[in-house]
Design a protein around this ligand. Structure first.
Ligand SMILES: [Zn+2]
Ligand SMILES: [Zn+2]
Length: 139
């Protein structure tokens, strides 16, 4: 009984950690964040709970970035930008591909499209600055 209650507290803490950030965290990030408060937490528990949340529609995966799957507590369709250099994942709430793309795909391929999200890959402004700095000739 006590185990069940403690487990559910961890589950709540994991969900709260994902909901409390816009960084689209990995399981590892959640684990590192919660470990000081929950010393008996394991990375396996974080993974199991993420799978549970995903199955229940509480989080969605935004794919694997630099070898780690990233998660989002915002489950309505929205587009993302992923930085290939630092791994930052940003929301693009104003990019609404569903308006035109869904119609195009339905018309062209005959699919009943239910959702449409785009992921852009490239360099974020910080990493662009750093690359420009590196490319500047030494004088
Ligand atoms: Zn970056
Ligand atoms: Zn997002």
């Amino acid at each position: 009984m006590e185990r069940a209650i403690r487990y559910s507290k961890k589950r709540e803490a994991i969900l709260a950690a994902i909901r409390g950030t816009s960084c689209h965290p990995s399981a590892e990030w959640v684990y590192q964040r919660l470990r000081p408060l929950h010393p008996d937490l394991s990375l396996g528990t974080v993974y199991r709970n993420l799978t549970f949340f995903r199955a229940h529609g509480l989080v969605q995966s935004v794919g694997v970035v630099q070898g780690q799957e990233r998660f989002d507590a915002i489950t309505v369709p929205h587009s993302h930008f992923v930085c290939n250099c630092c791994g930052t994942v940003l929301d693009l709430p104003d990019i609404r591909p569903e308006r035109d793309l869904e119609r195009t795909v339905s018309a062209q391929y005959g699919f009943a499209v239910e959702r449409c999200e785009l992921t852009f890959h490239g360099l974020c402004p910080n990493c662009t600055d750093q690359q420009n700095f590196k490319e500047e000739p030494l004088s």
